[in-house]
Design a protein around this ligand. Structure first.
Ligand code: B12
Length: 493
């Protein structure tokens, strides 16, 4: 019997937090390899609940928040030279190399090792993991795939030390190539995803939360997003099968937190999302559901809002990005401020408090000034919702990437590390790190006001001046909500 080891590398970054993270690409691959009769083992260097890892740290269990999220173990590591200008500590998040080595040494030598990759700028962790594997088992072929490998295939081929880099989704063609490399018979059907019964979560001995994938891809082509490159067509699983998978994990493994990682969960909801919710109710699943990846605002119909409340969606994030109508149009006309207002009304009618809803606002898009971001944050606050600030970083292959290259912000052959969202604002003519820090402080402050039901905000100009360090005034209580950027003196808010 063929034996394959699947590895999800650790993260190397300035910051990382476990928002129900699971290597779904690897889990899909594991399901297919098992169906082909192979034995599969998984080392997920981001699994905070792995019993061996807990014991290695001398812990009984990992600390977590009410929603199942939590902090990774982290260790400072040398900052890559191209990031030397970022005044932050660079860390490895997840298992230590020592623990990974000990796990590799307990294992029998596999026929091949399959490694996945996440963010493009997390590649140092991928390289380090591959080199550890190569050191333990010289001669065992290492195959690399995943998001970084798909978006930066040349870089990955040149730099990672893998024997094979397999970019792209697992489609008919790439599966044939993979099956040949692994010397397996009969590749899976090209419809494998639509036919997927369940993800092999039994590979996690101590499963506390699960990521759910009901569909791959997205019919929208937002200018900053790579979804269309990663998976050109929307493919979906049967709603009943998805609900059954969740119900089984809930009953047999006691999992109560499920995070949907879909890019287009609500598209054609009457045929997909609504039946999933209906089935979850019919099966009597008692759990909390989370959508950390933003939902399409215009698709929050009254039925969708009610279904979300009925099955207990607790973390609800909406993708707004900006309140600026021109930029909304340029990015793909996903949602206007009116659309956001309507969605919030519907969620409220379904039983949500507006301030339970998180709204993504993007900062640092090419040509976007601080004024637009402040305006967008204020728009969200005025509507009574909480903003979640996402810092823009250009992703190779997207329209915004091309704009960033054309505007000279980025060389076309830039090291993917330069796309790190902590570093990107350093290079923007409109932003610097302290402006970003102030935008973060402002977001926290506005969210606190919204939570307290205080809806009088300073005017836009004063806030922009403050964000840019040109004006000083006091955001009452900003320190108490974790403000770090100083200069919070002067004018009253
Ligand atoms: C879920 C998700 C999240 C979640 C969970 C995060 C996580 N780290 O897992 C949340 C919401 C928290 C999140 C946050 C962010 N995300 Co995000 N996220 C995603 C999303 C929607 C899905 C990822 C996923 O699970 N896909 C499904 C699996 C099945 O796909 P896959 O891994 O690619 O696997 C397929 C193939 O690659 C292949 N495969 C995979 N591994 C292997 C291995 C081998 C050997 C082989 C042969 C094949 C293979 O098989 C699979 C099937 O075809 C992607 C978009 C996307 N469509 O992928 C964005 C995405 C990864 N995120 C992105 C971004 C920008 C972010 C943020 C930085 C946004 C922000 N500015 O705040 C933050 C960063 C958070 C962090 N530090 O983790 C970008 C990536 C940017 C980059 N430079 O790489 C993406 C691509 C979205 C986009 N905007 O284009 N994210």
């Amino acid at each position: 019997m063929k034996r394959f080891l699947l590895i999800d590398p650790w993260i190397t970054d300035f910051a990382a937090y476990d928002f129900w993270i699971k290597p779904l690409g690897l889990l899909c691959l594991a399901a297919l390899l098992r169906e082909a009769g192979a034995k599969v083992e998984l080392l997920d260097c981001l699994d905070r609940h792995d019993p061996g890892w807990l014991a290695w740290q001398g812990w009984n269990s990992a600390r977590e928040r009410w929603d199942g999220t939590g902090k990774f173990h982290r260790e400072p590591i040398p900052k890559p030279p191209v990031l030397a200008d970022v005044p932050r500590r660079f860390c490895r998040y997840g298992w230590t190399p020592g623990y990974l080595r000990s796990r590799l040494r307990q294992m029998e030598r596999p026929h091949a090792v399959l490694v996945t990759s996440g963010m493009t700028y997390w590649y140092p962790g991928v390289r380090e993991v591959i080199s550890k594997v190569k050191k333990e088992w010289p001669g065992v072929p290492v195959l690399l795939g995943g998001i970084y490998a798909t978006l930066c295939p040349e870089h990955a081929t040149r730099e990672m030390g893998a024997d094979y880099v397999l970019p792209g989704p697992l489609s008919g063609e790439s599966l044939r190539q993979l099956w040949d490399l692994l010397e397996l018979q009969a590749p899976p059907s090209p419809q494998w995803f639509a036919e997927l019964e369940s993800l092999p979560y039994d590979l996690y001995p101590n499963l506390r939360s699960a990521a759910v994938l009901t569909g791959l891809g997205c019919p929208f082509r937002c200018s900053f997003c790579a979804s269309g490159i990663l998976q050109p067509q929307l493919v979906r699983r049967d709603p009943k099968v998805v609900a059954a998978e969740i119900a089984t994990l809930n009953r047999s493994r006691g999992v109560v937190h499920f995070a949907f990682f879909d890019d287009a969960l609500l598209v054609a909801a009457e045929k997909h999302f609504l039946p999933i919710c209906e089935e979850l109710r019919r099966l009597g699943v008692h759990a909390s559901f989370h959508t950390p990846n933003g939902l399409h605002i215009r698709m929050i119909t009254p039925d969708v809002a009610e279904a979300m409340a009925a099955v207990n969606f607790r973390t609800v994030r909406l993708s707004f990005e900006t309140s600026n109508p021109e930029r909304q149009r340029a990015m793909g006309s996903k949602a206007s401020e009116e659309d956001l207002a309507l969605a919030l009304e519907r969620l409220e009618s379904a039983g949500y408090r507006r301030n339970e809803v998180g709204v993504y606002v993007l900062a640092g898009l090419p040509g976007q000034g601080a004024g637009e971001v402040v305006e967008s944050l204020l728009a969200v606050a005025r509507l009574g919702a909480k903003a979640s600030l996402a810092i823009f970083s250009p992703i190779p292959g997207t329209a915004e990437w091309r704009k960033s290259v054309e505007s000279g912000l980025f060389p076309a052959d830039a090291d993917p590390l330069l796309g790190n969202d902590t570093r990107v604002p350093l290079r923007s003519p409109q932003f610097d790190l302290s402006a970003v820090q102030r935008l973060r402080d402002l977001t926290r402050w506005l969210n606190r006001r919204v939570e307290e039901g205080l809806f009088n905000f300073p005017d836009r100009e004063s806030l922009v001046g403050w964000v840019l360090g040109e004006a000083e005034f006091r955001l009452a209580g900003a320190e108490a909500v974790g403000g770090t950027s100083g200069h919070l003196r002067g004018m009253g808010a």
